[in-house]
Design a protein around this ligand. Sequence first.
Ligand code: URA
Length: 224
Amino acid sequence: MPVTSIDAYLEKNVFLLPQTDQLRAMHTIVRSRECSREDFVFYTERIIRLLVEAGLDLLPFEPHDVATPVGATYRGLRCAARLVGVPIIRAGESMEAGLRAVVRGARIGKILIQRDDATKLPRLYYSNLPQDIASRHVLLLDPMLATGGTANAAIQVLLDQGVLEENIVFVTFITVAEGIEAVCSRFPRVRIVTSAIEERLNSNAYMVPGIGDFGDRFFGTDRR
Ligand code: URA
């Protein structure tokens, strides 16, 4: 699918982490083919925490006052959403610890989608979601948003369970225009949080410059 510009989606559907020197330096470490698995896990987990925090920023908040120790009132806020994190197996499970680190007692659902060998289309193999998911906001977790096929299939699973489209935040480590276009044109109320937007997809549907196979590098199943 040729994609010309994703400018219209930025800040409306797509929230890119501030491209600070610190973030770029962490990306530099994990994108290197020489990066050890220990460094890959350590630095991707640091970035994943930033992504989860940015995802939480998109949830609704309501006024909440508290009394301070000096007897004054702090006119504050509290999160008005009930949340569930849903990693897409397997690579999305790399983001589960980051979610648990910032959301105490986080509920976690699971979805397994893989490409069907015969049809070449994404197929749902397994899902286990909280019964009350329709009344929750969902952080859908998958580090790679490349063609958008898996993401769209996972979003459809959530919608079929009654989740509102506007209550879904797709948290992804890196993405590319093709993936953004695929998700945002089909589900314009879903929001995407990412730490980088890549130049293009190659003929194997890997992002370029990219990071290689995220799941293999994170879980140590690459053949190096
Ligand atoms: N999956 C990956 O792990 N990497 C890509 O670049 C694309 C899909």
